[in-house]
Design a protein around this ligand. Sequence first.
Ligand SMILES: *[C@@H]1O[C@H](CO)[C@@H](O)[C@H](O)[C@H]1NC(C)=O
Ligand SMILES: *[C@@H]1O[C@H](CO)[C@@H](O)[C@H](O)[C@H]1NC(C)=O
Length: 226
Amino acid sequence: MLSFLTLLVAATAVYAAPTNGTTDVLDIRSGTPSGTGTSNGYYYSWWTDGAGDATYTNGAAGQYSLTWSGGNGNLVGGKGWNPGTSSRVINYSGTYQPNGNSYLSVYGWTRNSLIEYYVVESYGSYNPSSAASLKGSVTCNGASYDILSTWRTNAPSIDGTATFQQFWSVRNPKKAPGGSISGTVDTACHFNAWANLGLNLGSEHNYQIVATEGYFSSGSSTITVS
Ligand SMILES: *[C@@H]1O[C@H](CO)[C@@H](O)[C@H](O)[C@H]1NC(C)=O
Ligand SMILES: *[C@@H]1O[C@H](CO)[C@@H](O)[C@H](O)[C@H]1NC(C)=O
């Protein structure tokens, strides 16, 4: 029970859920409970605020599946590594079928400095770069990405409430959602481009996953990470 509660508090701290304090912890009752760990050699992180119905399933090797419905709440899950690195070339393939606001991204954190980062490969109805400042662009793995950053002030993080930057690469145009999807993300290409714009990740990597996120939406995703 203690570890479960600790897990929920930790998970709540990591993701900036559109929530209502501790009420949400008590509301986590639909679908798969939040959790992190290792599955078949890959690190996974799954978090839901419990407002929507969501089922997260770890598959073989780097595969995971996520289905969500109800048009409510915030959830994010995926597989990858902990710690991440600044040089990993990440492949992903599968299906991604969002209905509404959702992202499919390489997602991670660093410490020293504390940074939350996204390389967004595809998204649903909402372009996540809408809310951030455009810093430049980069071509990686044959595709163009907008580079953006934003500050989060007194926001939830892997180290509790903190003020930190988010760095973003958002593929432009996005990979088409709605069916089969696959790609390669050379993280060094993005991280070097960010650094050239003064956006320096921290020296200590925390987790680095290929995440599917849903926000007041529905959808399904089955992704294999390698
Ligand atoms: C928090 O949730 C309670 C119960 O659902 C609701 O009455 C209250 O208005 C909410 N507060 C905020 C700030 O959304
Ligand atoms: C990633 O994909 C590339 C290109 O298809 C391939 O050469 C490489 O071996 C793959 N890496 C992994 C870890 O699957």
